[in-house]
Write a protein that binds this ligand. Structure first.
Ligand code: NAP
Length: 275
């Protein structure tokens, strides 16, 4: 049998690194720590090694389509595909950051939604039968959903929303942010929240597509919230450690062979959450 492989994006620090740490202990196969910066990535691999854990490394900047394409080709060539993919890489502007909101909207949606979608576009065809895909979203995705207009909420919750429609809605958010017309369009004024509403919705769309197009492959794809976590992103006042935050993503990444659910769900503390 070929060696299994698990990949975690944005895993040189924070929750991603904690996910890699847990997978190194629990996943039977090669675990890839990936990072956009080779130096930061290799430093993280070395820090794991000093704890007796072996992670492999591959450069992966999800904002760089060539980096995504190169990584996908590498995993296809070396492993014939991918068994576990955790899309963890994400960004958030700090509260009080003076960057104009229109710029924050564009930059935040670029990484958290559009670049993660590029990852999924290039990696979904590589996911092997029995594979697991985990998108690290946030509880903020559902808080933001509930602040959208009734029409937008209906679309985000609908079973028939397509990837194209979702991309159009995410682009609409960025365009309206630039014009200062978010309220008129029924959108709340949170770029991070909207990017994660998009990511959770995208996860549901892709899970439905998997069920339709690869019904016998037993692949499970879910979005999750790691909780509010002490990392560079959220600061040191958050209640959870990165190790505690890794529990739900790792649970979803290691759902046992033959499991049929959760699939296409938003999961927090190992429980399916309402959407
Ligand atoms: P973090 O400490 O800031 O780590 C973010 C990671 O993503 C870093 O490794 C960063 O790399 C990487 N990254 C950013 N842009 C990237 C890109 N274009 N390509 C590849 N990697 C990229 O944040 P965190 O708190 O661990 O967050 C991890 C995930 O959990 C994010 O998706 C976040 O939205 C989500 N989340 C966090 C919380 C929380 O309370 N912390 C709550 C809910 C959800 P660099 O070091 O190179 O910047």
């Amino acid at each position: 049998m070929s060696t299994k492989v698990a990949i975690v994006t944005g895993s040189n620090k924070g929750i991603g690194l904690a996910i890699v740490r847990a997978l190194c202990k629990e996943f039977r196969g090669d675990v890839y720590l990936t990072a956009r910066d080779i130096g930061r990535g290799q430093e993280a691999v070395t820090s794991l090694a000093s704890d007796g854990l072996t992670a492999m490394f591959h450069q992966l900047d999800i904002n760089d389509i060539n980096s995504i394409i190169a990584a996908a080709a590498y995993f296809k060539d070396k492993y014939g595909g991918v068994d576990v993919l955790v899309n963890n890489a994400g960004i958030a502007f700090k509260e009080g950051d003076p960057t104009p909101f229109a710029v924050q909207a564009e930059v935040t949606l670029k990484t958290n939604f559009f670049a993660t979608m590029d990852m999924l576009t290039h990696f979904m065809p590589l996911i092997k039968a029995g594979g697991r895909v985990v998108n690290v979203s946030s509880f903020v995705s559902s808080l933001t959903l509930n602040k959208c207009s009734a029409t937008l909420q209906q679309r985000f919750r609908s079973e028939d929303i397509t990837e194209e429609e979702l991309v159009g809605l995410m682009q609409q958010f960025v365009d309206l942010a630039k014009k200062g017309e978010l309220q008129k369009g029924g959108w709340p004024d949170t770029a991070y929240g909207t990017s994660k509403t998009g990511l959770t919705t995208l996860s549901m769309i892709l899970a439905r597509r998997l069920s339709k197009e690869r019904p016998n492959d037993g692949i499970l794809l879910n979005a999750c919230c790691p909780g509010w976590v002490r990392t560079d992103m959220a600061g040191d006042k958050a209640p959870k450690s990165p190790e505690e935050a890794a529990i739900t993503p790792v649970y979803l990444a290691l759902l046992p062979p033959g499991a049929t659910d959760p699939h296409g769900k938003f999961v927090s503390d190992k429980e399916v959450q309402p959407w």
